[in-house]
Design a binder for this molecule. Structure first.
Ligand code: OOG
Ligand code: NI
Length: 466
């Protein structure tokens, strides 16, 4: 349990995160009933997949992921200012969530850059892997200087946090944790930031002008807070879920983003249902806004830098074959074909250094516990079946997929062109912290498992010799 502090009167950060994730899910179920339908569908698909595929079930059980599966969610929000982003970082820290990864979405025609707040430790991820994809609007990408200034002025006037939430964040930072009652209050107050508001803070004309600059600008600037725009459960069979969506009344996106269907899933595959048109009251008129939608995802093994480079190269190849990107009619076919170049067996992925694994002593290795394997090589131990390698789940996001999700849910076909302009340093300055390098985190997790295995083998050797 990752407590901020060992003081036992504090609620652990894993527990605060679990309560918050649960509260968020309950709120979104009320706000967007189709999300509830999607959660129910995913539960059905998952229980079917677990009984139909005993090997998958065994793998998830070994990884300790069976328990987290039902509660696993990611959400997404978009904020307008550096100060909002920085306070969000402090708010998520109360729940043991840290910024991981930098995503430049300007390349994909979306004027934001982003990070994902999530737990980073092995135990914390197993307890509850709740993640929030968080984007910061890049006002500098609004071409018209007058409109840019107007947006900045509107944003400067709002406070997206309740006074009590701010107090509790500060209290947690000073004391090193929150009591049970304060943790409950924190969850309640923090949730307010993510709530949907059907009244906008601007008049209809201002909304339209911002909307014309980019639909996302209007979504961020015109409301009192960064409403959660989707909450995503994890499915074990995204193709089955996608196929079952229409029968449950959901308007599914045409293609699944990410890698193709494989025997050994890699990274992340995602699909969504289209955003809802919602009635909004402006200060002078009534109108409609599309922002909130539903999404599901299937997670696979995390890739090394080499594996990721291969994934990126193959995806680029597929997308360069046609102009319509993932909207092209033969996209799924092309994807399958090009990805034949990506090995699809865990032994090959491991041997070629393409993916990350957690190593542990197998039941048979434990039973043998012979002194002589203390200095055997990892490959040798694997070959003898004394050590097993389990895939490390990818816990992050994919910028090209994210861009596809953004695009399909802004309620328009527009495709703005921005200069590719990654600005990780300015993002981190706004955030008030560095973001973790996600690949370094997987590398460290793999190494921890190897160190632990070595220690176990040494202990076995000592017992044997005694
Ligand atoms: C975030 C889109 C990115 C994902 O799963 O890739 C995302 C947004 O629309 O704000 O959630
Ligand atoms: Ni998402």
């Amino acid at each position: 349990m990752s407590n901020m502090n060992s003081n036992s009167s504090f609620v652990g950060t894993d527990e605060v995160r679990a309560r918050f994730s649960h509260a968020m899910s309950a709120m979104y179920r009320q706000e967007v009933p189709q999300y509830g339908t999607l959660v129910d569908l995913v539960a059905d698909i998952n229980s079917h997949a677990l009984s139909a595929e005993p090997a998958l079930r065994a793998q998830l059980a070994r990884a300790g992921e069976l328990e987290r599966l039902d509660v696993e969610r990611h959400g997404a929000i978009r904020v307008g200012t550096a100060a909002e982003l920085e306070t969000l970082r402090r708010l998520f820290a109360v729940m043991g969530m840290e910024p991981v990864g930098y995503y430049d979405l300007s390349v994909a025609g979306v004027p934001v850059h982003s990070t994902a707040f999530r737990p980073v430790g092995d135990a914390a991820l197993l307890a509850n892997p709740f993640r929030v994809f968080t984007s910061l609007l890049r006002l500098e990408l609004i071409a018209d200087p007058a409109l840019r200034q107007k947006a900045a002025d509107i944003l400067a006037r709002r406070c997206i946090f309740t006074p009590r939430a701010l107090e509790l964040i500060a209290q947690c930072e000073t004391a090193g944790g929150l009591s049970a009652a304060d943790a409950d209050a924190f969850v309640r107050e923090a949730l307010e930031t993510f709530r949907w508001h059907s009244t906008a803070t601007v008049d209809a004309g201002t909304y339209r002008a911002l909307q014309a600059s980019h639909r996302l600008v209007a979504d961020v600037v015109c409301f009192r807070g960064p409403h959660i725009n989707h909450l995503t459960p994890r499915t074990l069979d995204i193709d089955a879920a996608q196929a079952a969506m229409p029968a449950r009344g959901m308007d599914a996106k045409d293609v699944v983003e990410g890698p193709p269907r494989r025997n050994c899933p890699i990274l992340l595959r995602q699909t969504s249902f289209k955003a809802l048109q919602e009635t909004v009251r402006f200060t002078d008129d009534e109108g409609a806004h599309t922002a909130r939608f539903g999404e599901i995802e299937q997670r696979g093994v995390a890739l090394t830098r080499k594996g990721r480079a291969l994934y990126d190269a193959l995806l680029t190849e597929v997308r360069d074959m046609g102009h319509a990107g993932s909207a092209a009619p033969d996209y799924a076919q092309r994807l399958q074909q090009v990805f034949r170049a990506f090995p699809d067996a865990h032994d090959a992925l491991r041997a070629q250094g393409l993916a990350f694994y957690r190593y542990s002593l197998s039941a048979c290795g434990r039973a043998q516990a012979a002194a002589d394997h203390a200095d055997a090589g990892l490959e040798q131990l694997l070959a003898r079946g004394w050590v097993q390698a389990d895939p490390i789940t990818y816990e992050d996001f994919l910028p090209v997929s994210a861009a596809g999700i953004f695009q399909s849910n802004l309620g328009g076909e527009e495709q703005k062109q921005y200069q590719a302009h990654a600005a990780q340093q300015s993002f981190e300055a706004a955030l008030g912290a560095r973001v973790h390098d996600e690949i370094a985190l997987y590398e460290a997790a793999q190494q921890r498992s190897i160190d632990q295995l070595r220690a176990e083998l040494r202990r076995a050797a000592v017992v044997e010799a005694a």
